[in-house]
Design a protein around this ligand. Structure first.
Ligand code: NAD
Ligand code: IPM
Ligand code: MN
Length: 350
């Protein structure tokens, strides 16, 4: 459409730093006739300290009305671990039914990676986003005593597994290599693992042109490092997908480049785009964070909203910029944002 109504949650740590650059590139790439409206939401550690609130119902309700959400990162050492991660980030993913957590990995040229010079790496992880061990099912007995028992139950529903597996088949079928790998641990986690495997095989019969295979998650970590070119689309559960995508980022150019989209494919709720990385308290406030992951998340956002040409423009600008970056002279967050904004704005005469 000819307008974008975007909710922005800069969040904590490096979140606001990288989001500012993401928005700069978004403004630079949009043609003059696409109107961008942004509404910033003050959520995260500062808000929590000030008011005790994490995500009030009124704001959750108001977030619903936007076309999409751009989020920086949440989590701060001054807030108990999990408070913001669960109460804000996961609450949004669950409330807006972001069942497809899309995390693409490509090997960009000239990046610091142990895999430099390898054959083209281009795969996407379809990580389930609403179930698994993330649902908060479980508890602890005799907390704090030597007899404490803590459980964290992984929830996997036939409905939840089928819809994400089907989405992954659709994505695989639309790609040139048409290959889909299920990653799980069905040799040990037999209840959830067998549901995933049975669903994967059953839905697969509807997609005869998609080649499939299966890897246990431990073996998948081996191949992500030794033979990443073997992957095209990976579908996996919420926790395995979390771990695999940090690894995938590390081997394809670093966590500063990894983008993600929390997608609600039905369009019932706004999808949310964010870098894969967190709030990086170790470098926050120093202007050192690489905003590229956020900029590439903006590309996913543009694609999701139907602005394919602009999405490609952003991705090409990143590839060109990376090819010319000098690893010896690190840039500031703002310098990288400026360089990318200049590249995307530099449109050919039409
Ligand atoms: P992290 O991703 O924040 O940091 C891991 C390492 O990567 C750090 O050394 C950091 O400096 C580096 N790094 C991350 N992003 C970078 C960037 N753009 N440029 C350069 N270096 C970058 O993970 P963590 O340290 O495990 O978590 C820190 C906090 O963030 C925690 O509170 C955690 O819960 C939270 N977290 C939030 C999200 C999210 O909001 N989506 C994701 C992961 C972690
Ligand atoms: C991510 C993060 C989150 C996750 C945390 C902060 C809840 O690690 O987006 O990858 O585990 O999904
Ligand atoms: Mn993660």
């Amino acid at each position: 459409s000819r307008s974008i109504d975007l909710a922005v949650i800069p969040g904590d740590g490096i979140g606001p730093e990288v989001v500012a650059q993401g928005l700069k590139v978004l403004r630079a790439v949009l043609p003059a006739d696409v109107k961008l409206e942004t509404e910033e939401y003050d959520l995260g550690a500062r808000r929590w300290h000030r008011t005790g609130e994490t995500l009030p119902d009124a704001e959750l309700e108001s977030l619903k009305a936007h076309d999409a959400i751009l989020l920086g990162a949440v989590g701060d050492p001054s807030v108990p671990s999990g408070e913001l991660e669960r109460g804000l980030l996961l609450k949004l993913r669950f409330a807006f039914d972001h069942y497809v957590n899309l995390r693409p990995s490509t090997l960009f040229p000239n990046t610091a990676t142990p895999l430099a010079g390898r054959p083209a790496i281009d795969f996407v992880v379809v990580r389930e986003g609403t179930e698994g061990p993330y649902t908060g099912n479980g508890g602890s007995l005799r907390t704090g005593t030597p007899a404490e028992v803590a459980t964290e139950v992984s929830v996997n529903t036939a409905y939840g597994v089928e819809r994400v597996v089907r989405d992954a088949y659709e994505r695989a079928g639309a790609r040139p290599r048409k290959k889909l790998t299920l990653v799980h641990k069905n040799n040990v986690l037999v209840h959830a693992g067998h549901l995933w495997t049975r669903t994967f095989d059953r839905i697969g019969r509807e997609y005869p042109d998609v080649t499939t295979d299966y890897l246990h998650v431990d073996a998948a970590t081996i191949f992500l490092v030794t033979r990443p070119e073997r992957f095209d689309v990976i579908v996996t559960d919420n926790l395995f997908g979390d771990i695999l995508t940090d690894l995938a980022a590390a081997v394809t150019g670093g966590i500063g480049l990894a983008a993600s989209g929390n997608i609600n494919p039905t369009g019932a709720f706004p999808s949310m785009f964010e870098p894969v990385h967190g709030s990086a308290p170790d470098i926050a406030g120093q202007g050192k964070a690489d905003p590229t992951a956020t900029v590439l998340s903006v590309a996913l956002l543009l694609r999701h909203l139907g602005h394919e040409a602009e999405a490609v423009r952003v991705e090409e600008a990143v590839a060109a910029d990376l090819a010319e970056r000098d690893a010896g002279t690190p840039r500031t967050t703002e310098e990288t944002g400026d360089a990318l904004a200049v590249r995307v704005a530099n449109r050919p005469a039409d």
